[in-house]
Design a protein around this ligand. Structure first.
Ligand code: URA
Ligand code: SF4
Length: 225
């Protein structure tokens, strides 16, 4: 028998997507993917048009540029980071600063070209001082990530860092429990690894990150591109 509370929760989240507010908050992409019945955008340009002047959360007041994402619309692999940093906010592109350079090296290590993957973040505007994005900001921004995922329909998502992992997988579990496994969300395989900025600070974890990348590479090769 379907659990009544699950049903009720689903219904309340469905109402939220229709724009009815004052309902329980979610920062959970899984629910969005499952319950957002609106048609997928036709192109990334459609999403650009929608996000262009976005003021859905307080991060809009401090940004220089919105960083929607970068990469081809037909990418089979999508990386999801946390939020733009200073360089990204100035350039309007994801992962162009120091963490981005390490991400480039991580991709090179598994022989995947940056130009063939789509790269984005959970929130699209820079949090002041690079603080973590707050739950209300994540929630406000999630419809954009949902639309990106629905449009691109990657076969694999690789999350970078705890916030991306917890948001995409709808979990509160620690990263140590989430990495090293293949998860699935709405038919998309999800691999979890450390955030490159975290690896810059704690390089001792690079070895484990490489294990994650090898798992990612294996899945990617299995797609037979
Ligand atoms: N860190 C992120 O999470 N995303 C970026 O785009 C840059 C740094
Ligand atoms: Fe809009 Fe997302 Fe920027 Fe907030 S972070 S203003 S929701 S684009």
């Amino acid at each position: 028998m379907t659990n009544f509370w699950d049903e009720l929760e689903s219904y309340l989240h469905f109402l939220r997507i229709l724009g009815v507010n004052a309902l329980p908050k979610t920062k959970n992409i899984k629910r969005f993917l499952e319950l957002d019945l609106t048609p997928p955008p036709k192109s990334l340009d459609d999403i650009y048009v929608e996000i262009k002047d976005c003021k859905r959360c307080k991060l809009s007041r401090m940004r220089n540029n919105i960083v929607l994402g970068d990469g081809p619309e037909n990418a089979r692999l999508m990386f999801v980071g946390e939020a733009p940093g200073r360089d990204e906010d100035l350039e309007g592109k994801p992962f162009v600063g120091r963490a981005g350079k390490l991400l480039d090296q991580m991709l090179a290590a598994i022989d995947i070209k940056r130009s063939e993957v789509y790269i984005t973040n959970v929130v699209k505007c820079r949090p002041p001082g690079n603080r973590n994005p707050e739950p209300d900001e994540i929630e406000a921004c999630l419809p954009y990530l949902t639309k990106q995922i629905k449009l691109i329909r990657p076969a694999i998502i690789c999350t970078l860092g705890l916030i991306a992992a917890q948001t995409v997988l709808a979990t509160q579990s620690p990263l140590a429990e989430l990495r090293g496994k293949i998860h699935e969300v709405d038919g998309i395989k999800v691999v979890v690894t450390y955030h490159p900025a975290f690896l810059l600070r704690f390089p001792v974890n690079k070895r484990k990150a490489f294990e994650d990348l090898k798992l990612l590479k294996k899945l990617y090769d299995e797609l037979g591109n």
